[in-house]
Design a binder for this molecule. Structure first.
Ligand code: AMP
Length: 216
């Protein structure tokens, strides 16, 4: 039986997880599952879930483990997840990592990639980040207060994310240190952690990740 490949992308906000996740998802033929994207889509759609979580996202806090665990479990049950999933932004706490471990089936290969980038650099990257409202393509502005624009990929509107403001960035990075950084030890003690230097070109980071995953 073919192994199911679960790639967990860890790293601070702005480390390049979203960019690498798109490339890796195409390369390995597994869906890119971003819990942040699922939550933002719910907010955009104005669903009950969206209304419930909007304030939490705007404040740069985390939504409850229970809520995201349920979202991920539902996503795992969809047919396109049969061969595996690329997880971006999940797990984010030790409680979520335990829940993920409980969801995994036998014959699952798990690789946890830690994209390592210094805090100063991610802070700068987040302030410059712009995203397409329609297709979520990621762009980089030339200055923090920089313009919005039109997406080269789909023609959608390119804007700054509501949680990429200086205050929300500070808050999200401190939440990362408090709740998510402990996952580095969690996966390291389970011999699953692969740390990759994320301060390099997109192509070089991608090559380093695929080489490590192929060996896992
Ligand atoms: P991201 O796009 O991964 O930066 O996520 C954006 C926001 O969505 C986060 O700041 C949290 O408010 C929420 N979020 C995304 N993933 C999770 C998660 N695994 N656990 C809790 N909150 C999450």
């Amino acid at each position: 039986m073919t192994d199911r490949l679960i790639i967990v992308l860890l790293g601070k906000q702005g480390a390049g997880k979203g960019t690498q996740a798109d490339l890796l998802s195409k390369h390995y033929g597994i869906p890119h599952v971003s819990t942040g994207e699922i939550l933002r889509a719910a907010i955009k759609a104005g669903s009950e879930l969206g209304q419930r979580v909007k304030g939490v996202l705007d404040a740069g806090e985390l939504v409850s483990d229970e809520l995201v665990n349920d979202l991920v479990e539902e996503r795992f049950a969809q047919p396109d997840a049969a061969r595996g999933v690329l997880l971006d932004g999940y797990p984010r706490t030790v409680g979520q990592a335990d829940a993920l471990a409980a969801m995994l089936l036998p014959n699952t290969v798990t690789a946890c990639i830690n994209l390592d980038v210094a805090t100063d650099l991610v802070t700068e990257r987040l302030a410059m980040r712009r995203v397409c409202k329609a297709c979520s393509a990621i762009y980089r502005s030339v200055d923090p207060s920089g313009e919005t624009g039109v997406c080269e990929r789909c023609g959608g509107e390119v804007v700054q994310r509501g949680d990429d403001t200086p205050e929300a960035i500070r808050q999200r990075l401190s939440v990362y240190e408090r709740d998510t950084a402990p996952l580095l030890d969690y996966y390291s003690t389970r011999d699953l952690l692969i740390t990759i230097n994320g301060d390099d070109s997109v192509d070089n980071v991608f090559a380093a990740i695929t080489a490590a995953v192929d060996e896992a």
